[in-house]
Design a protein around this ligand. Sequence first.
Ligand SMILES: [Zn+2]
Length: 227
Amino acid sequence: MSFKNKQELDIALKIACVKKDFRLKKVINLCSVYCVKCEHLECKWWLRAVKVENSDRFYIKKYEKMHTCGSEHLTSHNPHATTKVIGAYFKDRYPEGKGPSTKDLKNSIRIELGCKVSYWKVWMGSEIAKSLVRGTHEHGYGVIDVYSHMLRTSNPGSKTALKIDENGRFKYFFVAYGAWILGFAQMRKVIAVDGTFLRSKYGGVLLSAVAQDAESYFSGGILHSRL
Ligand SMILES: [Zn+2]
């Protein structure tokens, strides 16, 4: 069995451990070799994975199939059930970045992984799952400039404005598509301004200004600003 990289192997092992409620102990953690054993001293279970030459991939070279540590240590609180492991396991439940609520996810963790975790850990796990699907907020803000460029290239006549403060922090981003600008001349002389508070990690406000033409088609612009 092979894995994209060492991190993917590590997560897969931890998910398996959470499901069966065993604990891992890293024995060797080098660039090209990853060796783990069961944390239980007398247990014979171990696994050795090695890196494929000229690639990031790792494959399991040898492992002892059975745990001999018995089940007396089993609890519903497995230390490997970290936010990262929860995020990786449930990432497919968040297509488009939307998925189960924290309460539902908490239930799924209990049913599918057999462990109890705190509300905060569940919430953080869902945030990680979402960021694995659609990228992190930081990455999103980091590529606004590239997005603006692509937008202006593929929608000629579009206007964008990105403002950052003296510390390089995001201040606001404005966008009006070329088609909106072109159509604006035909709009009725009423502009509706609306806004909403963004409740994601970095907050902010989203403002829109729209107008309607005689046939109720819309035109306008959107501004996202930091609070
Ligand atoms: Zn064991």
